[in-house]
Design a protein around this ligand. Structure first.
Ligand code: ATP
Ligand code: MG
Length: 548
């Protein structure tokens, strides 16, 4: 259905060549390197699947590495969630590493650069450094501190480490080329002063390496061969290579390979923005089922299998684009359709009285749980004189081609009888109180009845035994406002109350169902309990997606 072009995996092509040439002695070592500053989202899932399955494909290894070089934004709460998410997706890391464990080696690497005359301490302010940097068209200006002696730079850098200076007073910069056409090569800052407590190293350090300097060193220390990252780092690749070459400690340094970030329509893929929604309590938390976080989609009811299949299918691209949310939905629908049992649930219920049905009789109707999967067996559903049907399954004045219930029409009540609507009883305010109907005992489901044909089949629940349930329907987290800006969708959560067949009272948090003719649902892991049955809609039964 989706004509997603499956790009041949160019990353695997690169690895194939490296194996052939013996570049890393045939080894493949990847890593997934999150910064523990938020919960992972489905974009990260893409990176996780890519890194772990690439390693698996080549019999290699993959590390989980916390890129925790920024003391201010990171938190141990996030570490826990990251591990839960990676495991939930079905992957196990070979080693768990912390970038902060390498601070000493990073410091030594910086010292090597200083000693080679390739790094200097700069007193310019952040603002001044920006002004000196130049533009895409114009080269930059050299800092007046650029030509300090090696000895002076060593002393100053030691003093930076020792805490002699305040935040922002000095930085260490690589000495490369202020006229480079690549702005990232114009003496990038590699160390900054930050008197902040780090979650791992506490107050041991008051200088921290910049991400772009730390990352290649982290990769090299771990023996990573292929450092897969997203496209925004493409312009950083020369600096990545420069760092490893000039520090010079690693005979077969890792190589950086970039691919396009995953973006999805109708949502937002940025920890910073997602954190804002959480902090401002616009959503119920990081695991709100509307969120594109792995915790959110897990609670929403997605399966790890569906996420992995989706990531595999979209492949790796070299140009940024947005993937339709409908594409992701396709994979969960596909995964659930043979797996989960069906249940009868009605929303906006309308009462039906079967006037010719015996008052105190109840029949147990046999129903199949999943018509694609016999092994899920059957269940019995009670049927009696008073029933509920779905609000959408009745029209007092039917529109054209409406084959469901309306006055004078006969329909099949799925798994029970043919029912005819004879009369609509109204409340004083004009709303429908109940429908008076009759059934035909000859048409009982399972009997070899070869009589009239009816065009419509609807479902129902028995009023005496039905249990009230709360249904949470979700739509896109983000929408475009009139100016084309992406904003939070105020209608992204809509709750309805319905009735379900009695077996749903045993639904356990996390259990998934098809609500017959409605869609796929999961008993919410937090809100569904003995007293209240709360279900999240995972996805509709059919895609409403239209190719534009
Ligand atoms: P965000 O902008 O959402 O904070 P990030 O890139 O800063 O994301 P990191 O924790 O630094 O988050 O990312 C860990 C890894 O996941 C990196 O290798 C990054 O490139 C990758 N990654 C992050 N977002 C995506 C995405 N949308 N698609 C694919 N990979 C991603
Ligand atoms: Mg980041």
């Amino acid at each position: 259905m989706f004509e997603e072009k499956k790009s041949s995996n160019f990353i695997h092509n690169i690895i194939d060549k490296d194996i052939e040439s013996g570049k890393y002695g045939g080894d493949v070592y990847t890593r997934f390197p999150p910064e523990p500053n938020g919960y992972l989202h489905i974009g990260h899932a893409k990176s996780i699947c890519l890194n772990f399955s690439t390693a698996a494909k080549y019999g290699g290894k993959c590390n989980l590495r916390y890129d925790d070089t920024n003391p201010v934004k990171e938190d141990i709460e996030y570490v826990k969630s990251i591990e839960e998410d990676v495991k939930w997706l079905g992957f196990n890391w070979d080693e768990r590493r912390w970038a902060s464990d390498y601070f000493e080696e990073m410091y030594e690497s910086a010292m090597i650069l200083i000693e080679k005359g390739l790094a200097y301490v700069d007193d310019l302010s952040q603002e001044e450094i920006r002004e000196h940097r130049g533009t895409l068209k114009e080269g930059g200006k050299e800092s007046p501190y650029r030509n300090r002696s090696i000895e002076e730079n060593k002393k100053l850098f030691e003093d930076m480490r020792a805490g002699v200076y305040k935040d922002g007073e000095k930085v260490l910069r690589a000495k490369i080329d202020m006229s480079s056409p690549n702005i990232n090569m114009r003496d990038p800052v590699i160390y900054r002063i930050s008197h902040a407590t780090h979650h791992n190293t506490k107050d041991e350090w008051c200088i921290y390496p910049m991400y772009t300097f730390a990352h290649p060193i982290e990769d090299a220390i771990e023996g990573i061969t292929h450092s897969i990252c997203t496209l925004e780092f493409e312009d950083q690749r020369p600096f990545y290579e420069w760092t490893l070459r000039e520090v010079g400690k690693w005979p077969a340094p890792p190589q950086q390979i970039e691919f396009a970030r995953l973006n999805l329509t109708g949502t937002i893929m940025s920890k910073r923005h997602l954190k804002k929604l959480v902090d401002e309590a616009v959503v119920e938390g990081w695991d709100d089922p509307r969120m594109p976080t792995i915790a959110g989609i897990r609670r929403r009811g997605y399966t790890p299998e569906s996420i992995r299949a989706f990531c595999e299918e979209i492949g790796v691209a070299k140009a940024n684009s947005k993937v339709e949310m409908a594409n992701l939905e396709f994979f969960i629908r596909n995964d659930l359709q043979d797996k989960v049992p069906s249940r009868n649930v009605v929303e906006n219920p309308i009462k039906v009285i079967i006037t010719n049905y015996p008052d105190d009789m109840t029949e147990d109707m046999e129903m199949e749980n999943n018509r694609n999967n016999e092994s899920l067996g059957n269940r019995t559903v009670p049927f009696s004189k008073e029933l509920w049907i779905d609000g959408d399954d009745f029209m007092e004045v039917p529109v054209k081609k409406y084959f469901r219930l309306f006055p004078g029409n006969e329909v099949r009540f799925k798994g029970a009888y043919f029912i005819t609507c004879n009369e609509v009883v109204k409340n004083e305010d004009g709303t429908i109180k109940e429908l008076l109907c009759t059934y035909d005992p000859e048409t009982r489901s399972g009997l070899n009845f070869e009589g009239r044909k009816v065009k419509g089949t609807i479902h129902w629940v028995d009023a005496k035994t039905a249990i009230p349930i709360k249904i949470r329907n979700y739509s896109n987290l983000m929408i475009d406002d009139e100016n084309g800006n992406q904003v939070f969708n105020e209608h992204s959560l809509e709750e309805t109350i319905g009735y379900g067949e009695p077996s749903l009272k045993d639904a356990k948090p996390g259990e998934r169902f098809q609500f017959f003719r409605h869609g796929y649902y999961i008993a919410d892991s937090k809100l569904c309990n003995e007293e209240e049955k709360v279900f999240n809609k995972i996805v509709d039964l059919k895609s409403s997606f239209k190719v534009k």
